[in-house]
Design a protein around this ligand. Sequence first.
Ligand code: GLN
Length: 257
Amino acid sequence: MQPLLAPACGGGQGPGPYAGGMTNPPSADPARVGSGLRIGVLALQGDFREHLRAAEATGAQGTAVRRPGELDGLDGLIIPGGESTTIDKLARAFELADPLRKYIAEGMPVYGSCAGMILLASDIADPATDLSGAPQQTFGGLDITVRRNAFGRQRESFETDLDFKGLDFSATASGVEPVHAVFIRGPWVERVGADVEVLAQVEPADPEHASHAAPLPGAARIVAVRSGQLLATSFHPEVTGEKRVHELFIRMIRGEA
Ligand code: GLN
């Protein structure tokens, strides 16, 4: 599909390729908020198809990324849920890891869900090691420490409702609806750097909202963060029909959030 508007930031004009959509008119129609944008989804492993659909549901053009050249000219990139160790290995094998690090350093907007959050993290508390003992690697960019599989194993997957900051654009007369979040062996964030904003936390076990068995002893757990043009969630909005997290990402790209 042809973009309806000129890409917000892909042209390399002005102050830089990812300057934040300064030249775009405000996106009046939320259903088409992504019109004119090209959003890449890293398609090496995991639920990239769901993210492509979620990106396209905003009106953006979604494009699967498997080769370094496919990173060029994107307005933003999504790193899907899946298995962070596999995505890491494949990204290195396909020579995507270094170009991706460079794009992130240059300010490319990136949203990572679940394994994608792990791959954006600067530090992993409990990295997996390969047969030679080398720890898994990340692309980095987000100054956070994540713990993998923190809420428990697959059978402890759970769903809950979260208060999520930054979704004011979706407010109705009764305020901002909570985000229904699905956790599938997701990480939590154990440390955030000074420039990282916490957007959502899972509160200590709340029998009304949490259907999970994983113990949350006493403390809230950080499950969504933002730093500059990087956004990450421990959960999977792409599988529930929740559109607002992708819309937030689009608005970040447009400089509207
Ligand atoms: N546990 C996976 C990992 O560490 C992430 C799970 C997911 O993306 N649903 O990569």
